[in-house]
Design a protein around this ligand. Sequence first.
Ligand code: FPP
Ligand code: MG
Length: 307
Amino acid sequence: VIAVAGLDSVEEALERALASDVSLLSGAASQLVLSGGKRLRPKTVLLAHEAAGGEDRSQAVRFATIVELVHTASLIHDDINDRSGMRRGEETVNARWGDGLALLTGDFVFVRMLSLLAGLDSRVLDLLSNACQCIVEGEALEVLSLGDTAMSEEGYLDIVSRKTASLFAVCAESGGVLAGASEERIGALRSYGLNLGIAFQIRDDTLDLVGQVDDLGKPVASDLAQGKMSLATICALSASSAADEILSSADRLGVVEMLQDSGALSYALQKAEQYADSAKDSLSVLPPSGARAALRGMADFAVARVR
Ligand code: FPP
Ligand code: MG
């Protein structure tokens, strides 16, 4: 766990943002926000800002708060879509209060985010709006492709780039913009975030297949149950005609064994590492600093993590 300057202020701003006299909304939203998220997106903003030589941290703190709220809103809605009962070791909002109130809690978090936009740098605002569009498009493409055993690796990467990596890219890019960095450095940070986000989601999808509930704090094997494709399953399906039957069986250990024996799992993990390496390589145009080292460390964490 890396200490990141400015993160305390983000935590305070998150708590302030979620206050409401409709206590169900603030309670449900705060429960998730305070339930031990990794804060990778806010950290990406703050570290990118620092690594790019940013001095006044106030706008970066504000943007870091905004992206965590967007992320939180998307998780609440995602858990409705995925019919998921657990996140970060606690009951999901939909499991506890039902889909209707969960939908509204996600809306609440999103509209509270809007209250932080006034006065934000217009380029960053534009980036944020694009990323929000990408996230929704990515999630929609994913829902539309459930059960599509013919999905290609490109199709998967397109979904992942939109639903997850677009926000990471904007986190890193905006850190650079708010620091007043050169276009070269801003572009490098964007590339860092995009590659980090892809690595992170590939790892996330392998953890759904072979991770442990106790580490993850969310159900495992839920992607398979929903017919959600991932790099490992795409690879297994293209390698063997028997994979389809095994993947659609309820035999989780059999699935894990098949993914291991066929090399599909190591293929996915190796891809994740490649993206993490590209993320780290992108940082070479920035001067060495503690913040740059921490960004490199996050890329390593994204592919080594068990939670
Ligand atoms: C988690 O994926 C989900 C996302 C990265 C995006 C979800 C987006 C929406 C629900 C659209 C609404 C968007 C906004 C901005 C309000 P996952 O299911 O693979 O991860 P998980 O295993 O943690 O659930
Ligand atoms: Mg989900």
